[in-house]
Design a protein around this ligand. Sequence first.
Ligand SMILES: Cc1cc2nc3c(=O)[nH]c(=O)nc-3n(C[C@H](O)[C@H](O)[C@H](O)COP(=O)(O)O)c2cc1C
Length: 178
Amino acid sequence: MALDSEKFKQVLGCWATGVTIVTAKHQDEIHGMTVSAFSEVSLDPPLVLVCADRSSDTHGVIARGEVFAVNLLAAGQHDLSNRFARSKDEHLRFEGLERKQGATGCPHIPDALATLDCRVVQAVEAGDHVIYIGRVEAAEALDHEPLLYFRGRYGRFHAPGGEPGPNPGSGVSPSTSS
Ligand SMILES: Cc1cc2nc3c(=O)[nH]c(=O)nc-3n(C[C@H](O)[C@H](O)[C@H](O)COP(=O)(O)O)c2cc1C
């Protein structure tokens, strides 16, 4: 029996994520949307991925320009997340934001937790999405807390015991080689 799509979405909502705004540029056109489907891929070479709905305008701009920037949002930036996710008034998404751009020319979101400037090395068609794998040309982080997303709601990181993980500070999965 086929998996019910509402059930599938409900189960996927159990995966707590950060929230990003992925921006793109092609010639004079800039665009961006809220994306939670982001992941590190490789340390050497430095690769990350984002999944973009084929029906999104951002997908089209990434496909044409072959560059994107991933802006990891900081705690308190949920209004920006909502703004970049709404289909209404999407031409106003960058309005009032300080104009900053990264190594690839894609817009940076001011005061984001971190930004990664990427050049597309591979685009993999996967169902109704396209997985863009990007080589990271520049990366920066600020000393902010992250914006989190779980079951359709925004939240903040909370470490009750303050227990460090096995690779404290890096946020990159520990190497599995011995
Ligand atoms: C928290 C959150 C996470 C989202 N994650 C993604 C995602 O990973 N990939 C995607 O294509 N859309 C995602 N969206 C939906 C897009 O942001 C939304 O469809 C947007 O309006 C697309 O804009 P565009 O068509 O102007 O590019 C997400 C929305 C929210 C609120």
